[in-house]
Ligand binder design. Structure first.
Ligand code: ADP
Ligand code: ZN
Length: 605
């Protein structure tokens, strides 16, 4: 892409060129003599030749010495020259005037600038006049859901979108509104782009894609017009999929502190929001956004009618990895000794992209060794290579870390299953997700509007359960529990200060101020020192009691804790049913769980 930097380099080059040219012409001018001297020499027959350019005269004398001078009377001079038999040459007078000489480079630069601005507007350097938008009509038939493996939940949610795209009329007849946007969240390489392409492929609709980072290096106003251009094109080709990769590059919190280009991003984001709101019913354009930083996205993007669906894609578990390996080895010749299940087992934390890369590297390696088939040793050697790359990215988990995480999550999960009056367990996993080493997810029974004291206490116990399990088994703590502790403390804090749930302090609320930039750092305002001490004591009491109870429960179920951790180490992910089978104890929640949508699930790590 033509950047401002390159423009600067060009500018400097042109300036230096003009400068050198000026020096050269000045230096090359022969020594000047007075006109009277020249006339005198001429009359003495000492001039051999002259070159005239209007009144400007350059020439050589009979000793071949160059000179220059200026004639105020060209006509009169010509007569004398003629009579003296001097060789005369001449050229037209129109020399660049000093004005022209000094303005020309400036005009040239301006022309350059305008030229590249226009070029920039229309697209990259390579394809003049064409936008960067990619219309993948040809490739779209090739990618289908069959190419996407190991992420069944995400696939399930997106199958519905394919239905929408295939028969939009059916939904509209029933008065249903077709979703406008789907936001795919997940770390790089988990298959977000692949899924978006598969939706288009399955539905047989055009696929337009653009990346948020394309907007970053642009002149002001271009990002916004690019967005409008994209949507205009999409509207001409409905139904279709518009895929915006790295949407966080433009969709960051408006006004979030960030150096440079903020205004430009705001403009682009606003254009995006306006376009998303601007669809009429019947214009079936589904926008699929992808990000690995959902936390920095502007909440405005998530409002209904924009990205109203959110799908989180976790890195695949053992089974998922095996399926992905199967997909990517379809065209590979594998030796008999290669068990994809074992390969899957030895690649915890690998994403789909890592696995595809692993198999590709193995094929290259086998080819380099002149083999006819890919053997297990090739895969193992390549795995170490891919792992090295992963290590640099900080993704590799040691065996002891996995063990600690398994017990930590098992602790959360057992308490979540056993304790009454709490949200039922949804899933527990030791696959790292974001900064968390593992995740325990719960689904709320219904939309909570009010929480009971019981519910809140149990929630604190569940939060403390991870750390408690680590302590019981390893007799040590890790930093993995810090977020749990923060959340537990916050709940206890609110119980005492906001919800009047402490017997000592009674039913009154204390003004709490969020001090400093660290969230959760609460400071109680306008209370006496005694009361502040009491508040502190009450918060500590709640946490201490919950902790004791968590210890008692987990000690009583220590066998289940070991069992659950062992299964987690083997399978990486267990759903609620699996946990129930292991601990032989049903969750005692009342009523039906609400639908398992992403936005309903609460996760703790
Ligand atoms: P993302 O957009 O999330 O960064 P991509 O969709 O670009 O990831 O994935 C890169 C490549 O990794 C894909 O082209 C595909 O070959 C492979 N891949 C990733 N996830 C999967 C998956 N679930 N099933 C099959 N292949 C996958
Ligand atoms: Zn935890």
């Amino acid at each position: 892409m033509f950047t401002f930097k390159k423009f600067l380099v060009l500018l400097i080059a042109v300036t230096v060129g003009v400068f050198l040219y000026n020096i050269w012409t000045v230096e090359n001018k022969p020594p000047g003599i007075e006109y009277s001297v020249f006339l005198h020499q001429l009359k003495q027959n000492e001039i051999k030749s002259v070159h005239m350019r209007g009144g400007d005269i350059r020439g050589k004398d009979i000793h071949k010495q160059p000179f220059s001078t200026f004639s105020p009377d060209v006509k009169g001079l010509m007569e004398i020259l003629n009579s003296k038999n001097v060789t005369i040459t001449a050229s037209p007078e129109a020399r660049p005037s000093p004005f022209w000489q000094s303005t020309f480079p400036v005009l040239l630069l301006m022309a350059f600038w305008i030229f590249f601005m226009v070029r920039q507007q229309k697209g990259g350097m390579g394809d003049f006049g064409k936008s960067k938008l990619k219309l993948d009509r040809g490739s779209l038939q090739q990618v289908t859901f069959d190419d996407v493996a190991g992420i069944p939940e995400a696939k399930e949610e997106l199958v519905e979108i394919v239905h929408f795209l295939k028969n939009p009329g059916k939904y509209e007849k029933l008065g249903g509104k077709i979703p406008k946007g789907v936001l795919l969240q997940g770390q790089p390489g988990t298959g977000k782009t692949l899924l978006a392409k598969a939706i288009a492929g399955e539905a047989g609709v055009p696929f337009y894609s653009i990346s948020g980072s394309d907007f970053v290096e642009m002149f002001v106003g271009v990002g916004a017009s690019r967005v409008r251009e994209l949507f205009n094109k999409a509207k001409e080709n409905i139904p279709c999929i518009v895929f915006i990769d790295e949407i966080d590059a433009v969709g960051r919190h408006r006004g979030a502190a960030e150096a440079g280009g903020q205004e430009e991003k705001d403009q682009t984001l606003n254009a995006l929001l306006v376009e998303m709101d601007g669809f009429q019913t019947g214009q079936t354009v589904i926008i699929v956004g992808a990000t690995n930083r959902p936390d920095v996205l502007d909440p405005a993007l998530m409002r209904p009618g924009r990205f109203d669906r959110q799908v989180t894609i976790l890195p695949p578990d053992v089974k998922g990895r095996e399926q992905i390996l199967k997909v990517h080895s379809r065209n590979l010749v594998l030796a008999q000794d290669v068990e994809l299940g074992n390969v899957a087992f030895s690649t915890p934390g690998f994403t789909g992209a890592d696995l595809a890369n692993l198999l590709n590297e193995s094929a290259l390696l086998a080819a380099r060794k002149d083999k006819d088939v890919i053997e297990l040793v090739d895969i193992e050697e390549s795995r170490d290579k891919v792992l090295m790359g992963a290590k640099r990215k900080g993704m590799v988990i040691s065996e002891s870390e996995r063990r600690t995480t398994a017990y930590h999550e098992a602790g959360h999960a057992i308490l979540a299953s056993i304790l009454p009056d709490t949200d039922p367990l949804h899933k527990v996993t030791i696959i790292p997700h974001g900064r968390a080493m593992g995740v325990t997810q719960q689904v709320p029974l219904q939309d909570h509007h009010a929480y009971s004291r019981e519910y809140l206490l149990n929630r604190i116990k569940i939060l403390l359960g991870g750390r408690t399990a680590e302590e019981l088994v390893f007799n040590q703590y890790t930093t993995g529990a810090s977020n749990d502790l923060q959340q537990a403390t916050e709940i206890a804090n609110k119980m005492v200060c906001e919800w009047g749930m402490s017997e000592v302090l009674g039913p009154r609320a204390y003004a709490v101020e969020n001090k400093g930039f660290l969230e959760g750092e609460m400071v109680v305002k306008n209370v006496s020192e005694d009361t502040a001490k009491n508040i502190d004591r009450e918060i500590n009491k709640i946490i201490e009691q919950c902790y004791q109870e968590a210890v008692i429960i987990l000690e009583g179920k220590i066998n289940y804790l070991h069992k659950l951790a062992a299964v987690l180490l083997e399978q990486e992910t267990i759903d609620a049913e699996g946990v129930d089978i292991i601990i032989q104890c049903k969750a005692t929640g009342e009523g039906e769980p609400v639908s398992v949508l992403d936005e309903n699930i609460t996760s703790l790590s």
